[in-house]
Design a protein around this ligand. Structure first.
Ligand SMILES: Nc1ncnc2c1ncn2[C@@H]1O[C@H](COP(=O)(O)OP(=O)(O)OP(=O)(O)O)[C@@H](O)[C@H]1O
Ligand SMILES: [Mg+2]
Length: 245
């Protein structure tokens, strides 16, 4: 049976949507088929073209039920459901149907205060430091705040996802044909961590070399996705892509 991962949390802007797409892209890079599921009524579905994963529109309660049922019927697939900020009831629903629940939070007192409430409300959920600083001084300060605020929950905090400006490329309606290598590496690392938690075997990802140039300028293909729309349609017996209207 497919696994369902939900990325939720009461605080807005923590990185739920970005992490959902990074996770799916990383799954694709690691050879896993996944569907990124949109539930946020304030957002539009993104074009699946060129992504290593599919996207599904589940902005209504009925659509969510149908999409989850379809994904559940696809052995070996992963569904990543992107929640929306400040939607406690939806968070509870998504929590109840997920195999794995992630709660992103940033290096901010407000995020951490909200996270503590969410960790208490959702005892199976894991916290993911998101948009985490890479500068050593900022990182040290962030870790200090984290220890002070979240010391009691230290065993529920996963490896951070660093601030990476290229991450916004995955949220473009149409993604570029080539994506920066550091983005691919970050996506793979996140997906590997999640697959490990789900006890889904895959080879340890090796970071792609940046060929001697610092920054986010080098690229890897985003095309040749293993999770094609056709595959999802065929497997789910759909007449069309879940995102096409
Ligand atoms: N790892 C990252 N590095 C740099 N910027 C990031 C990262 N993750 C998220 N962001 C940026 O932070 C902002 C909020 O991210 P995102 O939309 O993913 O949050 P969200 O939790 O889905 O928000 P909402 O609650 O509105 O749904 C966006 O501008 C996004 O580009
Ligand atoms: Mg969002």
């Amino acid at each position: 049976m497919a696994e369902i991962i939900c990325i939720i949390g009461n605080k807005g802007g923590t990185g739920k949507t970005t992490l959902s797409h990074m996770l799916c892209q990383g799954m694709g890079l690691l050879g896993q088929r996944s569907v990124c599921v949109l539930t946020d009524t304030h957002r539009e579905p993104l074009d699946p073209e060129g992504r290593r994963y599919l996207v599904a529109d589940a902005r209504t309660r009925e659509a969510l039920g149908k999409v989850v049922d379809k994904i559940r019927g696809l052995p070996g697939w992963l569904g990543v459901i992107d929640g929306g900020g400040n939607r406690s009831e939806m968070d509870r629903k998504l929590y109840s149907l997920a195999n794995l629940v992630l709660l992103p939070f940033r290096d901010s007192h407000e995020d951490m205060r909200t996270l503590i409430k969410d960790l208490e409300a959702f005892p199976r959920a894991w916290a993911v430091p998101s948009q985490w600083p890479t500068n050593p001084w900022q990182q040290e300060a962030a870790e200090k705040t984290l220890r002070e605020y979240l010391g009691h929950h230290a065993d529920r905090i996963l490896q951070p996802v660093n601030t990476l400006s290229a991450s916004k490329l995955l949220l473009l309606q149409d993604i570029p044909a080539k994506l920066p290598t550091p983005l691919g590496n970050a996506c793979r690392a996140l997906a590997y961590q999640v697959l490990d938690m789900l006890e889904i075997g895959c080879e340890t990802p090796l970071d792609e070399a940046e060929e001697g140039v610092a920054g986010e300028g080098l690229h890897e293909d985003s095309v040749n996705a293993p999770a094609t729309t056709d595959a999802f349609d065929a497997a789910a017996n759909l007449g069309r892509s879940p995102t096409r209207h």
